[in-house]
Every structure is written in C-alpha cells, then in structure tokens.
Write a protein that binds this ligand. Structure first.
Ligand code: S3P
Length: 171
C-alpha cells in the first residue's frame, strides 16, 4: 500500500504519518529526511547554499525514484512538493492513496510561530507577516493540495482522530 500525506508546513504530516505507519504496519518515510540524508545537508542549508531551484529539482527526482522503487510505505511530502515540477501527478497515481491534511490558517500560524527558525521560507517573518504569507501561500497552493484523492479536515481534531479517519478511509 502506497500512502502519501500532503499539507502545508505545520500541518502534522510527519507526526500523523508516524502514528499511521505504526497503526497499519508499514514503514514511514519523510521526503525531507530522505533528501537530507542523500545530500548530507539540512533542508535549511540546501536552501541557503544551493538555492530553492536546486532543492525543487532534487525534490522532484528523489520523489519519483522513491515512489517507483518502493511498494509499501507512508510518505509525508514537504509542504511545497506537490506544487512544483508536476509532482501533483503522483497524488493521482492509481496505486497511491493520497491525503491532504487540511488545517486553518490560524492553526498553521500558531504552530509555525514556534518553529519558524528551522524553516527557510518563513524564518524572517514577524507574526503579522507570517499570517499574511501563509494565507496567500495556501491560496496559491490549494489547487495542488486538492489534487489529493482524499481531504482530511484536521482543524480542532487530535492526531489520534485524524489517524483513525485515514484508517477508516483505507479500509
Ligand atoms: C517547504 C516545506 C518544508 C521543506 C522546505 C520547503 C515548502 O517541508 O520541504 O522547507 O515549500 O512549504 P515541511 O512541510 O515538512 O516543513
């Protein structure tokens, strides 16, 4: 079973992915972590030293190799992954169950405010700038996120509830 989790930064893709993988008994992978291992460098450092275009090309090729060489997995994508280089086609593949973990702008901003330093795209924003940025960015990205086969509303749900909802869709 190929399960792919999609969503904006801070939407809980990795936390939910790990719990889901334990629940369904198939391994969990995080695309950012695969890229970091392969490059021997953090995502933040790749952005700073090599630039975003380099990162997006790498992300595209790592995603395609991964999807085509692995059978059973829960894979959480980066927040921007489906929005570049036609990567959203992966979400529609017949053997892939893709889930968009949808959260409100306020929920995302609350979470991101505390961890923005490790995220190159938002590291330098104050509170108001962050909200404006996330709002606009989500508006642009929703088109791609909604190519997922299932949309799971996560706002005001616990991690456990979201995992159960995904499991019930899968069975
Ligand atoms: C990005 C999200 C990040 C990471 C990179 C770019 C984005 O992943 O891939 O910093 O464009 O939204 P997470 O959503 O896992 O933080």
């Amino acid at each position: 079973m190929k399960i792919v989790l999609v969503g904006y930064m801070g939407s809980g893709k990795s936390t939910i992915g790990k719990m889901l993988s334990e629940n369904v008994g198939i391994p969990f992978y995080d695309l950012d972590e695969i890229i970091e291992k392969q490059e021997g460098m953090s995502i933040k450092k790749i952005f700073i030293e090599k630039g975003e275009v380099y990162f997006r090309k790498l992300e595209h090729s790592v995603l395609n190799v991964f999807i085509n060489t692995n059978e059973d997995f829960v894979l959480s994508l980066g927040g921007g992954t489906p929005c570049y280089a036609n990567n959203h086609e992966v979400l529609k593949m017949s053997d892939v169950a893709s889930f968009y973990l949808k959260n409100s702008v306020d929920t995302l901003c609350e979470r991101l405010e505390n961890e923005k330093m490790s995220r190159p795209l938002i590291a330098n924003f104050n509170k108001e700038e962050l909200k404006e940025y996330v709002n606009k960015h989500l508006f642009d990205r929703n088109f791609y996120y909604y190519q997922s086969k299932y949309v799971v509303e996560c706002t005001s749900k616990s991690i456990e509830e979201v995992v159960l909802e995904i499991k019930s869709i899968l069975t």
